[in-house]
Design a protein. Sequence first.
Lengths: 541, 299
Amino acid sequence: MTATALVRRPGAFATAGVLRTVDHKDIGIMYVLLGIAFLAIGGLEALLLRVQLATPGEQVLDPSTYDQLFTMHGITMIFLVAIPMLIGFANYVVPLQIGAEDVAFPRLNALSFWLTLFGGVLLYLSFVAGGAPDAGWFAYAPLTEPAHAVGTGMDWYIFGLAVSGAGSIIGAINLAVTILLMRCPGMVMGRAPMFTWMVLITSILIIGAYPMLTSALVMLLVDRQLGGRFFDPAGGGNATLWQHLFWSFGHPEVYIVVLPAFGMISEIVPVFSGKPLFGYRFVAASGIAIGFLSFGVWAHHMFAVGLGDAENAFFSGTSMLIAVPTGVKIFNWLATMWRGRIRLAMPMVFAIGFIATFVIGGLTGVSLAVVPIDLYTTDSYYVVGHLHYVLFGGTMMAVFAGLYYWFPKVTGRLLGHGLGLVHFWFTLIGLTLAFLPMHLLGIEGMPRRVWTYPPGMGWDWPNLVSTIGSFLIAAGAIALAANVWRSLRAGERAGDDPWDAFTLEWSTPSPPPSQNFDTIPRVRGPRPLWDRKNPDRMDPQ
Amino acid sequence: MASSLEPIVVLSLVVGVIAAVIFAGVLVALIVFTVRYRDVRAGSAPQIHGHRALEIAWTGVPLLLLAIIFVLSLVTLGQIGQGATFGSLEPPLHVDVIGHQWWFEFRYAGGAVTANELHVPVGVPIELDLSSADVIHDLWVPELGAKSDVVPGQRNVMRLFTARAGTFSGECAEFCGLEHAWMRVLVVAEPRADFDRWLAAQGAPASGAAGRGLEIVGSAVCSSCHVVQGQVAGTPIGPDLTHVGSRTIIAGGVLANTADALRAWIADPQRYKPGALMPKVPLSSADLDAVVAYLRSLK
């Protein structure tokens, strides 16, 4: 079954074709659809949380339900939305960008998708099996030890994350091998598109980081089901060992879901500025630097744990360092726009929105690397604001940019500009109202992960504003859904290259044929389509 | 120094100004470039591939700024970290803090024990020895600055300070289960003489009114979890009740310590704090009144 059939005949999902497909384009689409389905679920969970927190002493949710929902919201958005969306985009786009026919291991590719889906199903089965996990996505021991978590929620957590994590590891190996071995003639790594570069680094991070999570999960399983004591201080275990293991996965994970977003922005900003990516080598190298550093910053989640001043100073320094390559990327995007010919099509609108909001998340991130400031703000709503600026203002804005950018390639039709602008402004205003007041709440002393709060603390109006913002984001999402629906039925035909773009995926029909290219492309620079369209102004070799 | 919060505020202002300048710069560039170069004539964009000196500049300058922030943060850490005196010559006051699901216990040298309420003298460094009876908690009093996790199997030490008398609201900041939200504390900072008087009174054995109330509290129904020093030799699982009548809040801050609220709490704890470890105890209305009267007499 080809991608063409999948898109033109959605009914095909009901047939066995979708179960059998090993085409990277089909699997990419399935990943993104999986991410969108869970985005709707995780978004509804967020709305329920925000309703409960809209006013002090609200009784819409009881504490048990609240804890299950905030835990599942976090798990869903990280493991079942951000990861599948980004792996989905990578799956669809990377083989096309590098001029390959498919990924290196098509059947493993299908396996990794089905494992991710199965992991998600396991996690959500917990709701009907007596209660979802309720100790946060971070699941700090010893709260997760059998003495304190008596239901089966944590066991579903262990199996769900281990299974979907296995899917991610397999997917990452597949993508890394594809990028390293299947580039078309002439495409040395120094000419690979920046999205491909970032997917390669992300894949290596997944391969390095996810086994840490799997190990921690297995240790927790031993504690819970076999009477182990890894994380139980009463039995000689260590309460903070879990945090070290979890965050040594969890912080690379932040870059795993941010680097591909950087890659998307690094594709879109040059195309819509009519210029090559400024400082290509520096943007790629800064990605590598972020990748290395990301394994050495985990304890900045643990400054208040009591590690000691020397350990805290070390991790403070490494965490601050990571701001440097991140800044290099932002400055290079701005320099790419400088003296460009800027076209404000929807992908570029979202990319500009991304830069503005992500900078806020990046700068508050630096403040959290400063130990004394972190000792005040950690575990407060300030951190909730920060992480949503990074993951929503960053990753999701970039995913939206990528969606508007590659949707015409996938479906052959453009998304509408008017509804796109409605989506953009609801999203930007919504996220500002939802997440900016959270910083203030944290500074005013509101702790995270509380199911309710007392009145008279100065927390009332920022919480109400935040709740209103969350509903604006939801309204924006509805505009996006309407846009997709309308475009699939009667959208403007895109043609092969609607954006006058630079990379190989735009040299083949939209949607591409199942073998991707009729003849294997041959490239001589980082912008093969630019070279083809501007033989008089080709990029220097 | 006014309080242990002050050095953090100063550092935050420095970092905040630097961050604001960078954000403003990026935003201005973003807007100016978008407006200035929007839809300019086709083919007019020069194909610039990069600029080595610029790359070095925007790598080097942030590195320098971060180095300055890093050094300043170490200086601040010295002002609030272990052994900090906050400019006070007084020897520190030690208090043992024990985190429980979902309330804080404070133990003073000399035997005084309180729950949910930490009294401190002004102008004296307070050294808190933090430990946990169950899971990880975290004690945070925002107006006094830093927080510290309260980790089972580990003793953390945190120093706080205030030169100003007042009542400061605090809480558990680490997710610790169902009623993490209602694990709040009050910090009462008072002049040394007032504090010493308070401490002496709290250290004395209970002198609650004898009668039906004491009889019920002394029975297994209450004493299997609560102690009233000098009157009820119970098991210390829940808050020590020796001077419960002198406290401002009960049940981790979910209710004020009034006669009506106390009565309502004992009658049905789960109504106010669902998940709390205190069960609903079947008491007749008269017995409930007697228990409340007795507890109120424990000043």
